[in-house]
Design a protein around this ligand. Structure first.
Ligand code: SF4
Length: 401
C-alpha cells in the first residue's frame, strides 16, 4: 500500500471520528483475533496506528464488530456553521479515489483487521458527485473484491434517487445526519441544507427502496445538541417521528463543541450530561415503550438534568406504584426504575415456577435491588427497609447537584 494512501488514511480516518453514527467503542487492545490482526496489519503496512480509525459497531446479528471508519474526502462545499470541514476553513484537504479506498478496505478486511467499512464524506463537486464516489467505492468492494463485510454508507444531502437506490442495494446500514430537529433550528446551523428535501426525503426513499427489495437496511441519524437553541422536547419529538415515519433504527446525539475558525466558535460547549440524558430518553422510547410526550421535562422543555428520565417519570407518577412483581405485565414492569428488558424477561420466566416473595429472589435473578425495591411489592408486601419515595428523590437530587 503506497505511503501516501496510508498518510491520507491517517488524516481522513481521524476526521471521520467527528461522525458519531458509527461509534460504539473501540476493539479490545489485545486478546482476540481482531487485535492480533491489528498488530499484524500495523507491521505489514508500516504506518501509524490503524486502531485509531477502527470503531466497534453493533452488527445486527453478530454483535460488536470492528469497522474501518473513513471519509472519502474532508473537502466540502457546504457551510455548516459548527463543522470543522466547512467550506473556506483553512486546513489540509485530501480525498481517496474509490479504487484506493476499496483496496485499502479489502486489504484490512483480508488481514482480519476490520469486518466492515463506515464511509462518509464532505460534499464536493457537482450535484451528487460525492454520493457517486461513495457508491463507486462500495461497488468496487462488493464486485471486484467480493467483499461480504458490513457496509455503512452515508447518504449525502440531496442525493439523487438513483444514487440512493444503488447505495441502499450495497449497504447494510445508511445514515443521513439531520443535525437539527426542525427547519428553523437547521437554519441556525447551515444556510445550504433543506431539512425535508435534502435530509428527510432521502431517509424516506431508503425505507421505500429497502421495503420493495425485501432487504433489511437500517437507517440512523445524528443530531448536534446545543448549537441551535433547540430543546430536548424538539429533538425527542423529531426522533420519535423518524422512528414512526421512516423506520429509523436509532439516533445519535452529539453535544456541541465549538471548533475554532467557525461561525459558532464563540458559543459555549454543551454540557455532556445533556447528551447522556438524551441517550437515556431515546433508549426509553426504543426499548421501554415510552412515548416522547411522556418524558418529564423542565420549564425549558429539556429533560430533567439531575435525574435519569425513567426515575423522573416514576417520581411524577406515584399513582402507578408500587407494582406487584408477581402480577404486572411486561410493559408495567419496564416502567419500574432499575428494571431493564433483560431483568423483566428473567422476572417473567421466574414467575412461571413460583412466587417472588423477597429481595433474595430478585438478587438470585441478577437484579440490583436498591433501585427496584422502593417501587415494588413482592407477593403483596413492600420489601423490608423500603426507602420512601421522598428519600429516593432526595438521594437523586444530591447525586445530581
Ligand atoms: S455537509 Fe456540513 S456537516 Fe457535512 S462535512 Fe460539509 S460542512 Fe460539514
Amino acid at each position: 500500500m503506497p505511503t501516501d494512501v496510508l498518510d491520507r488514511a491517517d488524516l481522513l480516518g481521524h476526521d471521520a471520528q467527528f461522525d458519531l453514527c458509527a461509534r460504539e467503542g473501540r476493539p479490545a487492545p489485545d486478546g482476540d483475533g481482531t487485535a492480533g490482526g491489528l498488530a499484524q496489519a500495523e507491521k505489514r503496512y508500516r504506518h501509524g496506528d490503524i486502531r485509531r480509525h477502527v470503531s466497534l459497531v453493533r452488527h445486527p446479528t453478530d454483535g460488536p464488530i470492528p469497522v474501518l471508519k473513513m471519509l472519502q474526502t474532508n473537502a466540502c462545499a457546504k457551510d455548516c456553521y459548527y463543522c470543522p470541514f466547512r467550506a473556506g476553513r483553512s486546513f489540509r484537504r485530501e480525498a481517496f479515489t474509490p479504487d484506493e479506498l476499496a483496496r485499502l478496505t479489502d486489504q484490512l478486511y483480508r488481514a482480519r483487521v476490520v469486518r466492515g467499512l463506515f464511509l462518509s464524506s464532505g460534499v464536493v463537486g457537482h450535484h451528487d458527485y460525492s454520493m457517486a464516489q461513495i457508491v463507486a467505492t462500495a461497488e468496487i468492494l462488493r464486485t471486484r473484491y467480493r467483499f461480504d463485510g458490513y457496509l455503512h454508507l452515508k447518504i449525502m444531502p440531496a442525493a439523487s434517487d438513483a444514487a440512493i437506490e444503488r447505495a441502499t442495494a450495497l449497504a447494510d446500514r445508511v445514515s443521513v445526519n439531520l443535525e437539527a430537529p426542525t427547519a428553523a433550528r437547521l437554519a441556525r446551523l447551515t444556510g445550504t441544507k433543506d431539512i425535508n428535501a435534502d435530509l428527510v426525503a432521502p431517509l424516506r426513499r431508503v425505507a421505500a427502496i429497502a421495503a420493495a427489495a425485501g432487504r433489511r437496511v437500517s437507517r440512523v441519524t445524528q443530531f448536534v445538541v446545543g448549537a441551535a437553541g433547540e430543546s430536548d422536547a424538539e429533538i425527542l419529538g423529531a426522533t420519535a417521528r423518524l422512528y414512526r415515519e421512516v423506520g429509523l433504527g436509532r439516533a445519535y446525539f452529539s453535544a456541541f463543541r465549538p471548533i475554532p475558525d467557525t461561525p459558532l466558535d464563540g458559543l459555549p460547549p454543551e454540557d455532556p450530561r445533556r447528551q447522556h440524558r438524551l441517550y437515556q430518553a431515546d433508549f426509553l422510547m426504543r426499548q421501554y415503550g415510552f412515548e416522547a410526550g411522556e418524558l418529564p421535562l423542565d420549564a425549558h422543555d429539556n429533560l430533567v438534568r439531575g435525574v435519569d428520565p425513567k426515575l423522573a417519570w416514576a417520581i411524577r407518577h406515584p399513582d402507578r406504584f408500587p407494582v406487584e412483581l408477581n402480577r404486572a405485565d411486561r410493559q408495567t414492569l419496564l416502567r419500574v426504575p432499575g428494571l431493564g428488558p433483560g431483568a423483566v424477561d428473567r422476572i417473567v420466566a421466574a414467575r412461571r415456577t413460583g412466587k417472588l416473595r423477597d429481595p433474595g429472589h430478585l438478587r438470585a435473578l441478577g437484579i440490583a435491588t436498591a433501585r427496584v425495591l422502593p417501587w415494588v411489592l413482592l407477593d403483596g408486601r413492600a420489601a423490608p427497609r423500603q426507602l420512601r419515595l421522598a428519600e429516593v428523590e432526595a438521594a437523586e437530587g444530591a447525586a445530581s447537584a
